[in-house]
Design a protein around this ligand. Structure first.
Ligand code: NAP
Length: 252
């Protein structure tokens, strides 16, 4: 018996990194998984690799129409929907001085409004039968980053959006849990791109390697384990929580 038997999960950002790892791990525990991403080629490849328990739908989390279609496709494909993993996100390097309004808007559109749209649709659907929403925040949403101005702001917003949704549902007696996961530094394409765009990628890499006291480079599966726990009923008493998976960084 799988830990996620009976779960139908829509995983945004499921074509890459943490989302792809989570999709694989949820399916391995018995969930049916809709991989939703703007990256169609990789999204389809992840779904094909998982097999008959997975499908792919194109999703731009910044578009309401796209969200509506992705949710409808999930319910049609699997006959229900009770887990949402909001993993799609973008990371732009920029300080209060260097970043433009366009950088800011794009980050908020995807990281904050995209997550908000997903939460809104999930609550509307899941309030009748229960469910679990997992939002990807970050340790950058707990402590500020001088050169991650919009990103830090967006991830802080996701933390508190999560708590608001959790309380709203709990106070109405709806068994819809909502939690954030706050990863430390995880080896994904997002991180590779971030380093590649720095003036001195090697120096930046070395600096970031010192962030997590355990001294282990985080892998997407380290976050996937937490997402599986939050998706399944083992976490039935957990809502509104910030699940920090960061090699001890926030313990400082
Ligand atoms: P990733 O490898 O870049 O994967 C993110 C996926 O989301 C990509 O497939 C990306 O497509 C997709 N995406 C971006 N914008 C989208 C949109 N508007 N609609 C639909 N899909 C979109 O990143 P990751 O490192 O796995 O990150 C996953 C989540 O964890 C993000 O929310 C991130 O902020 C958070 N996080 C990551 C780390 C880390 O160290 N990696 C740490 C803390 C938090 P494209 O490739 O086309 O952009």
């Amino acid at each position: 018996m799988g830990r996620c038997d009976g779960k139908v999960a829509l995983v945004t950002g499921g074509a890459s990194g943490i989302g792809a790892a989570s999709a694989r791990m949820l399916a391995a525990q018995g969930a049916q998984v809709m991989i939703a991403d703007r990256d169609t080629a990789n999204g389809k490849a992840v779904a094909a690799e998982i097999g008959s328990n997975a499908a792919f739908v194109a999703l731009d989390v910044a578009s309401q129409d796209s969200w509506d279609a992705a949710v409808a496709a999930t319910i049609t494909a699997f006959g229900g929907w009770n887990v949402l993993v909001n993993c799609a996100g973008i990371l732009r390097h920029g300080s209060i001085e260097s970043e433009t309004m366009d950088d800011w808007r794009q980050t908020m559109e995807v990281n904050v409004k995209g997550t908000w749209r997903g939460c809104k649709l999930a609550v509307a659907h899941m309030k009748a039968g229960g469910g679990s929403i997992v939002n990807l925040s970050s340790i950058a949403g707990i402590e500020g980053g001088a050169d991650l101005c919009a990103y830090s702001t967006s991830k802080g917003a996701v933390r508190l959006l999560t708590k608001s949704v959790a309380l709203y549902c709990a106070e109405r007696g709806w068994q819809v849990r909502c939690n954030s996961v706050n990863p430390g530094i995880i080896e994904t394409p997002m991180l590779e791109t971030y380093f590649a765009e720095r003036d001195d990628p090697q120096a930046e890499r070395e600096a970031w390697d010192r962030v997590m006291p355990l001294g282990i480079r985080g892998e997407p599966e380290d976050i996937g384990h937490m997402i599986v726990y939050l998706a399944c009923d083992e976490s039935r008493l957990v809502t509104g929580a910030e699940m920090v998976v960061d090699g001890g960084a926030m313990a400082r």
